[in-house]
Design a protein around this ligand. Sequence first.
Ligand code: ZN
Ligand code: ZN
Ligand code: FE
Length: 753
Amino acid sequence: MGRFRIRVEGIVQGVGFRPFIHNLALKYNLKGWVLNSPDGVLIEVEGEQAPCFLRELKEDPPPLAVVESLEVEELEPVGYEGFQIRSSRTEEEPITLIPPDVATCDDCLREMRDPSDRRYRYPFLNCTNCGPRFTIIESLPYDRSRTSMKRFSMCPDCQREYRDLNDRRYHAQPVACPKCGPRLFLKEGEATLFDEEALKRAKSLMKEGKILAIKGLGGFHLACDATQEAAVLELRKRKGRPHKALAIMVSDLETAERYSSLSPEGKKELISWRRPIVISPKKERTPLAPSLSPDNNRIGIMLPYTPLHHLLMEDFSALVMTSANESGEPLVSSNEEAMEKLSGVADAFLLNDREIVQKLDDSVLASFPQGIQVIRRARGCAPSPFKLWGKFPSILGVGAEMKNTFSLTKRDYLFLSHHIGDLENWESFEHFLSSLEHLKKLYRVEPEVIAYDLHPQYLVSQYAQSLDAEMKIPVQHHHAHIASVLFENRDFGPVIGVSCDGTGYGEDGAIWGMEFLLSRLNSFERFGHLEYVPLLGGEEAIRKPWRMGVSHLLNCEGGSLALPRKVFPAFERELEVLQSQWRKSFGSPLTSSAGRLFDAVSAILGFSGEITYEGQAAIILEREGEFGKNVFPLNFPNKGEEKFILDPSPLIREIAYRKLKGEDPRDLALSFHEAFARGILEACSWGRERFGVRKVALSGGVFQNLLLLSRLLEMLKENEFEVLLPKNIPFNDGSISVGQVAISCAKLEEKCV
Ligand code: ZN
Ligand code: ZN
Ligand code: FE
């Protein structure tokens, strides 16, 4: 009967780890102690069942804990009596982590469905193990009086549970019941209905094909019956969102599996307490409306995560549940705002009187060849703590303009904010500011170092430069992308960083995108990129992919209009203007963007001339490529000597001619993906030969293209590269703030080898 000393590192403080250890020790009848120390949690246990204790600790730690390392040492027994939680051996104030919102637990669901329970069919029941958290917290320490539950005073029954150490609701701050808690109501025109009546009417409206605005945890959803095509089309029309995929909520796991091909890992995430949207391949022959995700072969599904959702889903197999916001603006979160801003969209409003303190979108994950990958971190994930490799002064990375997140550090913690959105207007910038103030206040930090993107036109970069701080660190966009991957993989470089991206400001003033960087955490050297082409008419070229097609075609044949005329006869009248723009490069910055090359190919193949949302042309190109059967070997050469410059002209020319000859555009789309992946592989091989580095790190939003990524990963593996990928940090610009902070830490420390 040995004694074991265990040291656990990671996110193990402020997440209920010590009480968990205490209970686990009691469960296995072990003696000893547990202690928070500056080096993690220290545990000693003695007893026969210690191996079971260790197994359960490894396999089933508390949900909010992140165990990064676990050292076990066997010692001589000393004969402890009992098990103690010892007081911490640390002088520093402990960092309290903000609890994320947790989906309704099974115990609560059982009560909600039990006619004899006092919370029978109550849409806001919750307990210590579930319910709203981050979305209702105003300040710390986490206590009811500092949440938006403060205006509901507990009834005697709720109070009793709250104070009873043996009750599941002991110290559950948002505890509520029909007598004392928030109330459900429905506004339909002048009429107001309450409770069960409101619920019933909401359901019958959606059965009739109507659209509802439903107040959720972090904001409003627009909802309608996802099996009624007419309702979905009407929602699209009213919301001004003609094509972009709409997420759905389905009643249960079986339904999710009937509608989509979930990987085992995807399934695990779908039913986890975070309840994210999981994107997987659509199945055929389902009752779902075809227009839910017309541009791709996948669908985003989530399961009910509040009691209200469970009640609603009693009568539906699938509801559209899309974030309610005006295009480009943050989520709508108050009743007044909803009724004002969504009056032209929703037929009725399903509301409650609990205020949302922090706006929070649904999180989005997707099944990737290497496993599950975060696309958007928000509800359930945010504000997610990551561990830095050392202690640093407080740093703020303000992120990028699109898919913005920010990162804030305190000691050896990095807090990655929730997804803020695209900061293209004042409303979303205000959302950034208020979210930043909120996190600064909760964690009681004032950043001493500010890191920002080089882009002179980013609102956040201008804001960062206007701040008072001891040090400001400008960071190149694609270096930040690669650094976010290095950070997540606990690597300092050197690596061959492959950024496969849409837009990022380069050190030479051009718009960079497809970049090959010999990267360390503290520095990089750009050893290759995609050849520059003019972004004809600037922003216009992003909204109209056919312009990128023209730009690439003009590049192929020295500015001649012959080929563009054949490929884009419909735009005959505009071609000459574009040609003169191309010649004078007036208002047309140069770009090495990978995203724009995908746009160009999509337009040349006739898939997408104009788009209604970012990335649409590339998404359609990917879908069509998935239908392709034949792969032609297309030429995508390197034309540099000192540098590796991928020249897209031969590739574009061949695709255009083959298309004009009448070859199947789907085969050409597939062949393009193949050639593009091979181009990246060759850049990596070139870099390996020159620098002796065989480790490759991949980042950039274009890698969300599965056809490209899976083929590239195969090629890299065949060629014996070691590949670093992100997992809990997105490929897209949601990763930029993490990279900015990681680079700043490295620069402050110059720790890199
Ligand atoms: Zn519960
Ligand atoms: Zn009550
Ligand atoms: Fe980017």
